[in-house]
Ligand binder design. Structure first.
Ligand code: UDP
Length: 466
């Protein structure tokens, strides 16, 4: 059920949000903004000029673009930028425009007073800006909770020498001392550049700790023992108010949040004609890139199986290719018969379709939450950042999917699909994800459910700011 609107005639307070302009962060933050709007707050969104949200989807919000200096480096971007390049650049170049914009908003005479600034946690620079203007900053963490803790421990992992380990080392497969549900290889896979990424993430974590609170887009942690350990660790590392408020898309399911790509819908008539739970849905998110070799392995993996498939291939998501040029011809013939390839689709709607049997995903956090909400078992091919951690939870902790430990390699893909779509193991995985889906649903349906309580606590907390 959707959240109840408590909008009164005039909002008494205003919240300013500053989301990161990438799909997996912008979408949930605009959802958060919409939820807070239903709770009676006036919403202003500050955003970098690059990748602006579609204003027309949010007629009740005020939008303020800030200069991000991307135009200055557009033509000489590094060829293979580190994942932290984009966001570090934003942090280093947005601070002045953010300060000016925020100061202007605070001085507006006829507007309700600003209660707080909510920024993506990855804008580490925003803490100093908020402090300088004496506005409370609450951070939004767009990935799972454990990933933030792991990032906070990067220097510890460095000291332990984890990032020098290779597959040949025994320790590579061992569990992580502070996080026994994870393997050391999961931590190593979070970054190919532990120095650059490590420095950047330590700034993110350090500034998040100084904030007035943290909002997670997550559900109540599972299982109970793991939740208790996590709570202790959080109390130790983040002794600030924390709100587990998700999955955000459940509050307002019909909201088309922050879409930065054009959606293809032409395949729905084909999807409607497929048998229930027969289709493999394949998507590796909005940002990641795979090599030509990996791309071809995916295609062989799909071709060698008897199942229909829907595959999202974003333009530019295969290194050195525009789109599908590197696919073998025999596979392209197969596509017409058994599958569909699209550049972007309405993923939540696809996952809710009864024809979908499993989701082969890069284990992005939003994709994982969306799959859980629809009870669709996953095959996980994580790339980097939080994805290897999420994939470990999906496969070993919640046991709602299968992790492709050996990367993109056709035999492994076929084995995983068979286990999930044909074997008894797949049935058990489906049962477990359905139980989790129902638990998440209850937390929204029930007024006393954890999500409703968290939202109420967050609203009261924001209203308590002077
Ligand atoms: N998505 C979509 N259509 C697609 C592929 C992805 O709408 O064809 C959405 C998906 O529903 C999710 C987001 O893009 O909300 C991807 O976020 P995620 O955290 O899973 O991964 P990221 O792109 O940040 O790596």
């Amino acid at each position: 059920r959707a959240v109840t609107t408590t909008e009164s005639t005039q909002p008494s307070r205003r919240i300013i949000l500053f989301p990161l302009p990438v799909q997996g962060h912008l979408g949930p933050m605009l959802q958060l903004a919409s939820i807070l709007h239903t709770q009676g707050f006036k919403i202003t969104i500050i955003h970098p000029e690059t990748n602006p949200p579609n204003y027309s989807n949010y007629p009740h919000f005020t939008f303020k673009p800030v200069f991000d200096r991307f135009s200055e480096i557009k033509n000489h971007m590094p060829e293979k930028p580190d994942p932290s390049f984009f966001i570090t650049y934003l942090n280093e170049n947005c601070a002045d425009s953010l300060t000016d914009c925020l100061a202007g908003l605070l001085a507006e005479p006829d507007e309700p007073p600003v209660a707080c600034l909510i920024t993506d946690a990855e804008y580490y620079i925003a803490q100093e800006v908020a402090d300088s203007l004496k506005v409370p900053r609450v951070v939004f963490w767009a990935c799972n909770i454990v990933s933030l803790l792991v990032y906070g421990d990067f220097s510890f992992f460095h000291q332990k020498g984890y990032f020098n380990l290779t597959v040949k080392d025994l320790e590579y497969e061992a569990t992580v001392p502070r996080y026994p549900l994870l393997k050391i290889k999961d931590v190593i896979k979070t970054t190919r550049n532990p120095n650059g990424m490590g420095q950047y993430l330590s700034k993110v974590v350090k500034q998040a700790k100084k904030s007035s609170g943290i909002i997670w887009n997550s559900f109540k942690e599972q299982p109970e023992e793991a939740a208790a350990i996590l709570e202790d660790t959080l109390n130790h590392h983040f002794p600030i108010p924390r709100f587990t408020l998700g999955p955000l898309q459940k509050y307002m399911p019909s909201l088309t949040s922050g879409i930065l790509f054009e959606q293809d819908r032409t395949f729905f008539s084909w999807l409607d004609a497929q048998a229930p739970r027969s289709v493999i849905y394949v998507s590796f998110g909005s940002m990641g890139c795979i090599t030509k070799k990996e791309f071809q392995e995916v295609s062989y993996g799909l071709a060698n199986m008897a199942f229909p498939f829907l595959w999202v291939v974003r333009e530019g998501s295969v290194e050195g290719s525009e789109w599908l040029e590197s696919l073998p011809n025999e596979f392209l013939d197969e596509v017409g018969v058994r599958g569909r390839i699209v550049k972007w689709c309405p993923q939540k709607e696809v996952l809710a379709h009864e024809a979908i049997g499993c989701f082969w995903t890069h284990s992005g956090w939003n994709s994982t939450l969306e799959s859980i909400c629809e009870g669709v078992p996953m095959i996980c091919s994580p790339c980097d950042v939080g994805q290897p951690i999420i994939a470990r939870y999906v496969s070993d902790v919640w046991k709602i999917g299968i992790l492709l430990e050996d990367g993109f390699e056709r035999e492994g893909i076929e084995r995983a699909v068979t286990r999930l779509m044909r074997d008894k193991e797949g049935e058990e995985i489906r049962e477990r994800i359905n139980v989790l889906r129902d638990e998440v649903k209850i937390s929204f349906d029930d007024e006393c459910g954890s999500s409703h309580r968290s939202l109420k606590t967050l609203v009261d907390y924001i209203l308590s700011f002077p």
